[in-house]
Write a new protein. Sequence first.
Length: 259
Amino acid sequence: MSTVFGVPVDAAYHLVYALTSLLTPVLGGLAAVAGIIAVTAAIRFAVMPLSFRAMRGQAAQARLAPQVQALRKRHARDAERFQRELSALYRREGTSVFAGFAPLLLQWPVFSVLYLLFRSPVVAGRQNRLLTRDLFGVPLGGHWLGGVGAFGAHGAVFAGVLVVLAAICWLSVRVARGVSAATAATAVSGASGAVPASGAAAAPAPAGLGLVGKVLPFVTVVIAAFAPLAAGVYLVTSAGWGVAERWAFLRATLKDRAG
């Protein structure tokens, strides 16, 4: 394992395993899965301010996109002037070109640590005992396409996890489309100085999240198909939390528009 993540992975391991041991008298064989879900949810909750900051940044960039495009056309032959005007626009709006992804980059090490923990058979030179636990008889260290097999009772557990994850990814695309449509409507109303009436087709939903935006979330399902079951449980929990965050952001955006 990378020495960069070795210490935090070891710390996360002791946290999850301690919680698993605490829950075992109550939940029995489901204690490890409950521990994975609880720790993942707790960490997602802790970094939630960064998630909402990233979503606000992405929404601001989408809202300002028409003005950015206008600046680009106006100063097509003067790159330096374009950059000055662009910086001034972002300053006036209280955002920046990095606002949409810088908070996500700050989260990346945290999620990398969790994913490494739930897929590593060895942690700090010792066996990862979390992966010796099971979910309905399937070891959390087992792989769907290697070891337990794609079919049979064990394969059905993996299939269930993958189906749930695929459903979450589908919801993610739907919610992302709603956020994009709401942001586009806000941009149009901001440019015109009027709020469109409810139900009016003032701003068409972007046709495109595009193929990449529609397909990319499902890459998580492919990753889970080749990862240990513990990593699959983690991905389901983390992806589900992410969809809930985006749904909450969409509701807040629509409420602001209505207000």
